[in-house]
Design a protein around this ligand. Structure first.
Ligand SMILES: Cc1cc2nc3c(=O)[nH]c(=O)nc-3n(C[C@H](O)[C@H](O)[C@H](O)COP(=O)(O)OP(=O)(O)OC[C@H]3O[C@@H](n4cnc5c(N)ncnc54)[C@H](O)[C@@H]3O)c2cc1C
Length: 638
C-alpha cells in the first residue's frame, strides 16, 4: 500500500488554509522542549532553521561548507517567481499554478503546486522585509522580468545574483537565532547516516570534516535540505560539494526515492571545452529575455557569426514556437539545441554550441540598459571564454542543472520515514517532469519559511515521542556502520582516483540517461554502472586517513553513493515507458519530436523503496496523480 500523501480535502484554494488550521499546535512554552536537526543551509535549510528557531524550537543546523553562506543556493542567478502581478499583465495565483503544472508536463501534485503559488507572494514580502535588494522600477515598485514557460513577467531578481541576496537574507535570520542561542551551528559536518529509533527519524551521524571525528546528534525530528544530485553526471552547473549522500542514506533507511530519472538539462550553459574540466557554468535563463538563439541555416557553415547574413540564420526557437519564442521551457529549448547540433548546424570548435545573440537588444535598448540587467553575467562569460558578448554572440549548450527527482514527501513534506522531513531541491517536490525557471528558489523558501514550520509543529504536537539520547543502541549501530564504510573506502588501496570513476559514471549517464533516452541504451547503462561499481570497490585509491581533513575520502563516499544511485536513475527511466518533460524516451515522440505522454499508464509519481542491497531491484510504488483543476493536454508552446 502506498503511503497516504495527506492531501487535504475541499476546494483547491482552501486546502492549505484549512490544513494549517487543522494541524495541531505546540504550546509556545513547550516548543523549547523540542530539538530539531536541520541538515543543509541553502535557501531551504537556512529559512527552515531560522523560522523554527523563531517559533521557539531548539535547532541544530549542519552544513558541509565552512559557512552557511556558501551553500550552493548562493550561485542562483536569474530570479524568483511570485504571483504578485505588479506589471498588471494578467498574472494570478491560478496562472502561476497552471504554468507550473503544465511546465512540469502534468507530473506534479495539484495541491502542492497550488500551495506553492499561494505562498509565493508571502516570500517576496518576507524577503523585502529582510532587506533583500530586489531590482526596482524608477517609481520604487519591485521590477519583474520573464522566464521560460510563462507569458507574464513574474520573476523578481537582484541583477544576476538573486540566490546570493536571498541567501544573505535567510542567513541573517539564521544568525540572529544563532546569536539568541536557539540555533546551534555545525559547519564542516557531513551527514553520513540517518538514525532511526522506534521506527522514527531521531538523529544523524555526521563526520567532522576537519578532525575526522564521527559525531552523533539526537533530536525529535530531522529535516533534510541537502540540495540536488545533478553532480551524479560529474559535469554539471552545480557546486562541487553538491551530492546525494544524505538523501541516499535516508533512502537506504526506508525513505522512498521519487522520480530519480527527472533531471533538468539547462539550455544556456557555457559549452564543455576540455576533457579535464570539472565544472560547467550556467548563463542564466534571464538572458533569453533579450538574447536571441540561432544557428547557421546551412549545416557545416563555419563562418564567424558576423559574416553570416540575417537571411542565412535560423532563429529556430522563434521559428518553431512563435508564441513563446526564445522563452520556451528548458526541456524544449535544450532538446532543440541538441537537434540543431545533431543536424550539423552547431557552432564553435566542437560544433556542440548555438549562439545567444544580444545584437538586436543592444541596438534597440542601448548597451547600458543591457549592462544594467546582465552586467555581471556578461563579465563572467568574458572571464571564462575571453570573448566579449557585447560584441560577439555568446555560445551556449545544454548542461545538467537541476534535479526534479528527490525523496518522496507527502503534503506535509514528510518522507516515508516518520519524523524525516525533506525540503528544497532534495525532495521530489512540485516541479513534475520539468522545472520552470525561477521556481526552485521559490520552492526552497516556500518549504523553509512557510510550510515546514507548520507541518513539523503538527507532527511534534500529534506524536508521542519517547526521549532518546545518543547512547541509544540505534545511534551506536549507525555510527559503527558509518565507520565501517569509511574504513572500507580507505582499505581498497587501488590505483584509480575517485574522480576518474566519477567522470566515467557521468559520461555513461550523460550518454544514455541524458537529454534523450532509449530502452536499449538504458539497459546497457545499467550493466555498465554495475560493472563500474564493482571496479570502484576493487581499484579505487583513497589516500590519507579517516582522522583528519581528507577531501579524497569525502569525495569517495559521495561517489560510492552516486554509483548506487545512478543505477536507480536508469531503472526509473526504464520503468517510465513514456516521454514527459525532461524524460524523452525516443520511442515516445509526437510527429514534431515533442515528448508524448501516456496519461493512461504513467500519470503517477514513481517512488522506489530500497530492497536491502543495491544489487537487488528496488521495490516500485506508484502514487497516482489526480487532476481535478487542470485539463491534461499535449504541452504546446507554439
Ligand atoms: C548556477 C545555478 C543557477 C541557478 N539559478 C536559479 C535561479 O535563478 N532561480 C531559481 O529558482 N533557481 C536557480 N537555481 C536552482 C537553485 O539554486 C537550487 O535549486 C536551490 O538553490 C537549492 O536550494 P537548497 O536549499 O534546496 O539546496 P542547496 O542550496 O544546494 O543547499 C544544500 C545544503 O545542504 C548541505 N549538505 C548537502 N549534503 C550534506 C550532507 N551530507 N551533510 C551535511 N550537509 C549537507 C550543503 O552544505 C548545503 O548547505 C540555480 C542553480 C544553479 C546550479
Amino acid at each position: 500500500m502506498f503511503p497516504d500523501a495527506q492531501i487535504p480535502g475541499g476546494p483547491l484554494e482552501e486546502k492549505w488554509d484549512r490544513h494549517g488550521f487543522e494541524l495541531k499546535l505546540v504550546n509556545p512554552a513547550n516548543k523549547r522542549k523540542f530539538e530539531i536537526i536541520v541538515v543543509g543551509t541553502g535557501l531551504a535549510g537556512a529559512s527552515a532553521s531560522a523560522s523554527l528557531a523563531e517559533l521557539g524550537y531548539r535547532v541544530k543546523t549542519f552544513c558541509i561548507q565552512d559557512s552557511p553562506r556558501r551553500a550552493h543556493s548562493i550561485a542562483a542567478q536569474g530570479g524568483i517567481n511570485a504571483a504578485k502581478n505588479y506589471p498588471n499583465d494578467g498574472d494570478s495565483i491560478r496562472r502561476l499554478f497552471y504554468d507550473t503544472v503544465k511546465g512540469g508536463d502534468f507530473r506534479a501534485r495539484e495541491a502542492n503546486v497550488y500551495r506553492l503559488a499561494q505562498v509565493s507572494n508571502h516570500i517576496i514580502d518576507q524577503c523585502v522585509a529582510q532587506g533583500v535588494p530586489f531590482a526596482r522600477e524608477y517609481g520604487g515598485m519591485l521590477a519583474n522580468r520573464s522566464f521560460g514557460g510563462a507569458q507574464v513577467s513574474r520573476t523578481f531578481y537582484a541583477r544576476g545574483q538573486t540566490g546570493q541576496q536571498l541567501l544573505l537574507g535567510a542567513y541573517s535570520a539564521l544568525m540572529r537565532q544563532a546569536a539568541l542561542g536557539r540555533v546551534t551551528l555545525f559547519p564542516r559536518r557531513e551527514m553520513l547516516e540517518l538514525v532511526l529509533a522506534g521506527g522514527r527519524a531521531r538523529g544523524i551521524v555526521a563526520r567532522n570534516l576537519i578532525t575526522g571525528e564521527l559525531e552523533t546528534h539526537a533530536a525529535h525530528a530531522v529535516l533534510l535540505a541537502t540540495g540536488g544530485y545533478g553532480n551524479v553526471f560529474f559535469l554539471s552547473t552545480n557546486a562541487m560539494a553538491c551530492n546525494v549522500t544524505a538523501a541516499y542514506r535516508a533512502y537506504r533507511k526506508g525513505a522512498f526515492f521519487a522520480n530519480p530519472c527527472f533531471t533538468q538539462i539547462h539550455p544556456t550553459c557555457i559549452p564543455v571545452h576540455g576533457t579535464y574540466q570539472s565544472k560547467l557554468t550556467l548563463m542564466s535563463e534571464s538572458l533569453r529575455n533579450d538574447g536571441r538563439v540561432w544557428v547557421p541555416a546551412k549545416p557545416g557553415d563555419r563562418r564567424p557569426p558576423h559574416q553570416i547574413p540575417e537571411a542565412e540564420r535560423d532563429y529556430f526557437l522563434e521559428r518553431k514556437y512563435p508564441s513563446f519564442g526564445n522563452l520556451v521551457p528548458r526541456d524544449v529549448a535544450s532538446r532543440n539545441a541538441k537537434e540543431q547540433c545533431d543536424m550539423g548546424k552547431g557552432v564553435g570548435e566542437t560544433g556542440l554550441a548555438v549562439y545567444l545573440d544580444f545584437e538586436d537588444a543592444i541596438r534597440r535598448d542601448g548597451r547600458s540598459a543591457i549592462e544594467k540587467k546582465y552586467g555581471n553575467l556578461f563579465q563572467m562569460y568574458e572571464k571564462i571564454t575571453a570573448q566579449n558578448p557585447y560584441e560577439t554572440p555568446m555560445m551556449i549548450y545544454p548542461a545538467v542543472h537541476y534535479t526534479m527527482g528527490g525523496l518522496w514527501v507527502d503534503y506535509n513534506l514528510m518522507s516515508t520515514v516518520p519524523g524525516l522531513f525533506v525540503l528544497g531541491e532534495a525532495n521530489f517536490s512540485d516541479h513534475g517532469a520539468n522545472r520552470l525557471g525561477a521556481s526552485a528558489l521559490m520552492q526552497g523558501l516556500a518549504d523553509g519559511y512557510f510550510v515546514a514550520p507548520y507541518t513539523v509543529g503538527g507532527y511534534l504536537a500529534g506524536t508521542p515521542l519517547e526521549s532518546v539520547s545518543t547512547d541509544h543502541p540505534d545511534f551506536r549501530e549507525a555510527k559503527a556502520e558509518a565507520a565501517a564504510r569509511t574504513g572500507r573506502l580507505l582499505g581498497v588501496r587501488g590505483k584509480r582516483t575517485v574522480d576518474d570513476f566519477h567522470r566515467e559514471l557521468g559520461s555513461i549517464l550523460w550518454e544514455y540517461c541524458g537529454m534523450s533516452r532509449n530502452n536499449a541504451g538504458l539497459a546497457k547503462a545499467r550493466e555498465m554502472i554495475r560493472e563500474l561499481r564493482a571496479r570502484f570497490w576493487e581499484d579505487v585509491t583513497v589516500p590519507g586517513t579517516a582522522d583528519d581533513l581528507n577531501q579524497s575520502l569525502e569525495r569517495a563516499g559521495r561517489v560510492a553513493d552516486f554509483l548506487e544511485f545512478g543505477e536507480l536513475m536508469v531503472q526509473d527511466a526504464l520503468a517510465r515507458q513514456e516521454s514527459c518533460g525532461c524524460h524523452l524516451n525516443e520511442a515516445y515522440q509526437t510527429e514534431e519530436n515533442e515528448a508524448r505522454r501516456d496519461d493512461q499508464n504513467f500519470c503517477h509519481v514513481a517512488a522506489w523503496e530500497f530492497a536491502g542491497t543495491p544489487d537487488k531491484d528496488p521495490v516500485f510504488h506508484k502514487e497516482p496523480l489526480v487532476f481535478e483543476n487542470v485539463k491534461l493536454s499535449q504541452r504546446s508552446y507554439k
